[in-house]
Design a binder for this molecule. Sequence first.
Ligand code: GLN
Length: 198
Amino acid sequence: MVVGVLGLQGDFAKHIDILNSLEQTAVVVKTHRDLKDISGLIIPGGESTTLSLLLEAQGLYEDIKSLISDQKLPVFGTCAGMVMLAKSLVDAKEGQKTFGTMDISVKRNAFGSQISSFEKSLFVEGIDSGPVHAVFIRAPYVVRVGESVSVLADIEHLGTRYPVVCREGSTLVSAFHPEIVGDARLHRLWLEYCVYDG
Ligand code: GLN
């Protein structure tokens, strides 16, 4: 199996490093040709509004959308990647497109602006070896989950708990950046979903 990491923007090289540390073959996806042999795709963080423009400019938007929705390509989206997979956004920028393949609604920049970025240890269902050190950078959170979506971790914000890690079949999303701290456990969890549900 070969896993693709969307490489139009963001820290995609760090995801490649993590996959390599798990002895998982990984390729950077920048063009249509790179999609040919992959059996899973990671959509890294960055800026979802820019990402959607770059995907269209590269002619990748429709291809990736149909790989996920029609061919059930397993995907792992972190931060802006989570935004890209959401069925709906609370506060989409005008013209902003998502793949819309996961039955969640997401609020962008939900904790505030860049200066409200923070780090927190939290437990993720399915990871029993201790909490994950989560780095939230202008992070989104989930405001609605569909029936087929499981919440694997949530966090309190202004007195309410919001999902920040969710799974739907072989789709995994996290509002934070596991690759930044070099924690491979979420990637490993997702690779298990790829095998069972992919
Ligand atoms: N706020 C960004 C967005 O809406 C996501 C930030 C990130 O990926 N770190 O796309």
